[in-house]
Design a protein around this ligand. Sequence first.
Ligand SMILES: CSCCC(=O)C(=O)COP(=O)(O)O
Ligand SMILES: [Zn+2]
Length: 214
Amino acid sequence: MMISALRLEEKQQAFAELTEIKTTLAARGWFPATSGNLSIRVGDFSPEQFTFAITSSGKDKSVNTPSDFLLVDAQGKPTETTGLKPSAETLIHCEIYRATGCGAIFHVHTVFNNIVSELFWERQSIPVQGVELIKGFNIWEEDAQIEIPILPNYAEIPRIAVLVEKAIVPRIPGIMLRNHGIYAWGANAFEAKRHLEAFEYLFEYVYRMELLKK
Ligand SMILES: CSCCC(=O)C(=O)COP(=O)(O)O
Ligand SMILES: [Zn+2]
């Protein structure tokens, strides 16, 4: 299939943005042991039909190579015959795009996000109240209270993917997989990164507050 000039430009732009964010987050140690994945949507969107650029599966995300990214469709299938394998968690990205229409999704595993998901697993959400960084989600009210949803983690990704749509709550641009990692999204890469950073700050805050209560 011929790729249009516009599509090629958008693809190159998405790959360049992904390279930049991957490099930045890798420098923070947010991709240990090949974990994590990143995607940016390309072109038009309808819930049934969309395309996105996503990281290849199993790569060392602290190293940049020509085979780091590929394009996939709304079913998570590669749109080009590059031979590259999309992230094992591509179906979760598909469901988040379908449900939200967002423009970028970033997923990282950190010790803080894993621990707080375990601490609050029975509640199925992580409560945060009155912390300034909640404004990172564009929630500006006084003494704001939020609940970050936690989903179970399963070895079979389709079992997680079917839970995504129902788990998404208004105003909170992310879902946490229990003892696995956070998925944060935004209208574009800039916003998704801001949301991811706000989540990670809040997770560390919650973790440290819990320790102080002991
Ligand atoms: C070694 S981490 C296990 C897989 C995972 O959770 C992850 O985020 C990375 O998988 P990918 O296929 O996207 O490299
Ligand atoms: Zn993961």
